[in-house]
Write a protein that binds this ligand. Structure first.
Ligand SMILES: Nc1ncnc2c1ncn2[C@@H]1O[C@H](COP(=O)(O)OP(=O)(O)O)[C@@H](O)[C@H]1O
Ligand SMILES: [Mg+2]
Length: 269
């Protein structure tokens, strides 16, 4: 039996009159790379906001490691092992690369950012441990050599990797990546691809929202497709690429690169 880490059933989110997520159900197995794709406005980021607790749901249920998430705020979800990155960079430009990663860890630390900022003795030893762990995370994304540079001096792609390192700093069991490949050079996308595979090999579960179809189809174990807030398909990359509903949803979208309309005759699910 597969070990399910995240269960979503009948998830719904409404903003005023707009139904951004409509009765979406899916399960993510521990250790898999689960991709969520769909045209702009399909509800992908909203789904991440529901899972990470940025917004309350207007219906349905979420379970993480068997626990109902409804009452847990974002910090509690992070402490349970759920981490995310954001579609737009959220780094502190006036801080070093290392400090940015350390901020991620402080959200889980006992004494917190304030005690560290005040340099209280209780926080001192913990500070050192956090620093060492942050350096390890930076090494994982290949940026340990940049630790003491201002984060703003890095390339856009490297800054995205810093965000991943920061999310990893809480030692999550589930990592949500919102369009990590956006704006990256080809080489940076390859590094990202490699990083996500290594995370999975280390036992991490990854949910990936991404427009780069080559990246998605290359690394995802399973893909879920959203359109206008609804799930229109789910399956292996090959099944999804051949699904006529998916192809129709992507017609006219530049992201259709990688979907093969000529294979549309094979209906999968
Ligand atoms: N905070 C919000 N307030 C109002 N509408 C929102 C909000 N967030 C998202 N939406 C709407 O929900 C829909 C889905 O948006 P989003 O989840 O960002 O899509 P995606 O990430 O797939 O591009 C869009 O119609 C968007 O305008
Ligand atoms: Mg989005």
């Amino acid at each position: 039996m597969t070990d399910t880490i995240l269960e979503a059933s009948g998830l719904r989110k409404e903003f005023g009159g707009v139904v951004a997520v409509h009765k979406v159900s899916f399960n993510v197995a521990r250790g898999e790379i689960f991709a969520i794709i769909g045209p702009n406005g399909a509800g992908k980021t909203t789904l991440f906001n529901l899972i990470s607790g940025v917004y309350p749901t207007t219906g349905g249920e979420l379970r993480f490691r068997g626990h109902r998430l409804a009452r847990a705020n974002p910090h509690e979800r992070a402490a349970m092992g759920l981490a995310r990155t954001f579609q737009n960079l959220r780094l502190f430009d006036n801080m070093t690369v290392l400090e940015n990663v350390m901020v991620g860890r402080h959200t889980k630390s006992r004494y917190g950012l304030m005690a560290a900022a005040l340099r209280l003795p209780t926080a001192h030893r913990e500070e050192r441990v956090i620093r060492e762990q942050a350096l390890k995370r930076l090494a994982m994304v290949g940026l340990e050599g940049r630790a003491h540079q201002l984060v703003g001096s890095l390339s856009f792609g490297q800054q995205r990797l810093v965000e991943v390192a920061r999310a990893m700093a809480i030692e999550p069991q589930l990592l949500l990546l919102d369009e990590p490949g956006a704006g990256l050079t080809r080489k940076e996308v390859e590094e990202l691809d490699d990083l996500v595979r290594r995370l999975r090999d280390d036992g991490m579960t990854v949910i990936l929202v991404e427009h780069n179809m080559e990246l998605v189809m290359g690394i995802a174990d399973r893909v879920m497709v959203l359109d206008y807030g609804q799930k229109i398909a789910e399956g292996t990359p090959l099944q999804v690429q051949r699904n006529p509903r998916v192809i129709a949803a992507y017609l006219g979208e530049e992201a259709s690169v990688g979907l093969h309309p000529e294979e549309a005759y094979v209906a999968t699910q």
